[in-house]
Design a protein. Structure first.
Length: 32
């Protein structure tokens, strides 16, 4: 895991979802 991915993971862990689309994008990125 690189630094950018770690930072994104931390940001999402804080519940910073703006809506369903952000959640969907997060799940897509996580599955890559």
């Amino acid at each position: 895991m690189n630094t950018v991915q770690a930072e994104e993971k931390q940001r999402y862990r804080l519940g910073d979802f703006e809506g369903p689309l952000d959640l969907l994008l997060f799940l897509i990125k996580k599955s890559e």
